[in-house]
Design a protein around this ligand. Structure first.
Ligand code: HEM
Ligand code: HEM
Length: 223
């Protein structure tokens, strides 16, 4: 019989701050684009912030704490299929991070965010706002980036809806609250080698990584 799950700190502070800052910024992107006009200035700035955050998260997926690493949650098709087939069972698996399906949904959201923020750099609203790199591409290329920016916005929104539906499914069907751990960092985890993070583990390293990512973004958008 499996040992009962223990409550362990799995999400480091940088991942939690990354998540809730990203949520606020994506909402703000939708609001600013809906208002239009001068609010587009904030849309552009918000886009830079998202680009820095997503670049940070990609680096953090390589050198972050255990649960944050891609190697911990990007699983092969066999593990994903096995997990997907067990989804409708009422019992729960307590993963020390994202589950095999959730891992791919995270990767899909990160990829879509990269496409959205990068295409925005070349986009043009044909009124008063252009991305900072728009001037370096031809008119045809700029309109291609516009199409990518508009189409991928729908892809991103769809992925976010799937993300929210999945979280609701875990809450209602599996009675597993994944939301509180994204605030506190701690969740029930089973498995013999599961370990708790120290309270501020990785924070200093994360500040260095985020500063570098923000500096690189700033350099790109001001060339
Ligand atoms: C992940 C971040 C971003 C999100 C979620 C986002 C979202 C959106 C959405 C939903 C639209 C309206 C598309 C439509 O008309 O159907 C839009 C338009 C626009 N965005 Fe963004 N955007 C992001 C990043 C950026 C960045 C970084 C820039 C520029 C630096 C930018 C510049 C523009 C411009 C110029 C438009 C108007 C042109 C167009 O409609 O394609 N965006 N954005
Ligand atoms: C703009 C909307 C959102 C976006 C773009 C987004 C994106 C993400 C991303 C990228 C992750 C992976 C975190 C990481 O490993 O660094 C994640 C995880 C998570 N998000 Fe969101 N999120 C959004 C909204 C929300 C909302 C509103 C909630 C709460 C109701 C939420 C709850 C969670 C939870 C609980 C996890 C961890 C899931 C797990 O335990 O595997 N998200 N989200």
């Amino acid at each position: 019989m499996q040992a009962p799950p223990q409550r362990l700190r799995v999400w480091d502070l940088p991942v939690r701050i990354f998540h809730w800052a990203l949520v606020a910024l994506v909402v703000s992107q939708i609001v600013t684009v809906s208002i239009g006009g001068n609010a587009m200035e904030y849309h552009v700035l918000g886009g830079y912030a998202i680009l820095s955050l997503v670049a940070f998260r990609i680096v953090w997926g390589l050198i972050g704490t255990r649960a944050a690493r891609f190697t911990n949650f990007v699983r092969g098709p066999r593990a994903v299929l096995r997990y997907a087939l067990s989804l409708n069972r009422a019992d729960v698996e307590h993963h020390p991070g994202h589950n095999p399906l959730g891992g791919w949904s995270v990767m899909a959201m990160l990829a879509s965010l990269v496409v959205q923020a990068v295409s925005g750099l070349f986009a043009d609203d044909e009124i008063m706002t252009t991305g900072p790199l728009w001037k370096y591409v031809s008119e045809d290329t700029a309109s291609l980036f516009n199409v990518i920016h508009e189409t991928n916005a729908l892809v991103l929104l769809t992925l976010i809806c799937v993300h929210l539906a999945a979280i609701l499914f875990y809450l209602v069907r599996k009675k597993q609250n994944l939301i509180v751990p994204m605030f506190t960092g701690s969740k029930p985890v089973s498995g013999p080698d599961a370990e708790s993070l120290r309270p501020l583990e990785g924070t200093l390293r994360a500040i260095v990584v985020l500063t570098i990512c923000a500096a690189v973004t700033l350099a790109i958008v001001t060339i």
